[in-house]
Design a protein around this ligand. Structure first.
Ligand code: 13P
Length: 252
């Protein structure tokens, strides 16, 4: 099963999000994509309006972050129960914009993902190196440092298998620079090895993210250890997003 997930970041207003969700729900319901899951993550103020539009359609709704506590004095945060109440079934955690712009730490990101996991919201755990870290030959080390605190926390959790990892090299996000096949295959291999060492089960989907577009996705989704994509810019255009879903479906 492939996953094509759209991360809408803070790009759209509430009305625009509703309009885009309608178009996506419509193509997802009209066509049959038995091998591809379609996920969308609108920004928090848009979730309530988008939720009824994708309800009872093949489109899964998700959030872009969640706190590790269930409730309390955490201004600006969203809790996992709140997101579930809104109809979310997944949540992105550790996106590079959270790590690099907002200074979220590896430990906090692990706690966010762990809370989502134990409450039954699928975390999409993002990892990825900066350009400088890649140039310094530190890609595998950075991925291990980002993923390990989460793997450490979930060792004691029986439902650990229900999560997704997204490899998003920071230098490829929103830049038009896509990682090449070798770089993606290698990084996904590192992630799958880490998962294999830490868990009994290794059927965790690993998505690629970073300037995914219809014209480069066929090559990316053909890489054997790539299970789909986490898409920013191209997910904001329903036609491009539909094309990505169709490419994933063809390769499945
Ligand atoms: P772009 O597809 O715009 O490069 O964004 C990728 C991303 O950050 C998805 O989470």
């Amino acid at each position: 099963m492939a996953i094509v997930a759209g991360n809408w970041k803070m790009a759209l207003g509430v009305g625009e999000s509703v309009e885009l969700a309608r178009k996506i729900a419509s193509f997802a319901s009209d066509a049959n994509y038995p091998h591809t899951e379609i996920w969308i993550a609108p920004s928090p103020p848009c979730l309530g309006a988008v939720s009824p539009i994708v309800q009872n359609t093949p489109v899964k709704l998700g959030a872009q972050n969640a706190h590790w506590e269930l409730k309390g004095a955490f201004t600006g945060e969203s809790s996992v129960p709140q997101l579930k109440e809104l109809g979310c079934s997944f949540v992105i955690v550790g996106h590079s914009e959270r790590r690099h712009i907002f200074g979220e730490t590896k430990g906090d990101i692990a706690k966010r993902a762990h809370r989502a996991l134990i409450e039954g919201l699928t975390p999409v755990f993002c990892v990825g190196e900066t350009e400088k870290e890649r140039e310094d030959g530190k890609t595998a080390l950075i991925i291990a440092e980002q993923l390990s605190p989460f793997l450490e926390l979930i060792k004691e959790t029986s439902s650990y298998a229900n999560f997704v990892v997204a490899y998003e090299p920071v230098w490829a996000i929103g830049t038009g620079k896509v990682a090449n096949v070798e770089q993606i295959e290698e990084a996904h291999g590192v992630i799958l090895d880490l998962l294999g060492e830490a868990l009994d089960k290794t059927s965790i989907p690993v998505l690629y993210g970073g300037s995914v577009k219809p014209d480069n996705f066929s090559e990316i989704i053909s890489i054997p250890n790539v299970s789909g994509a986490l898409v920013g810019g191209a997910s904001l255009d329903s036609e491009k997003f539909r094309k990505l879903v169709e490419i994933a479906e063809e390769r499945a």
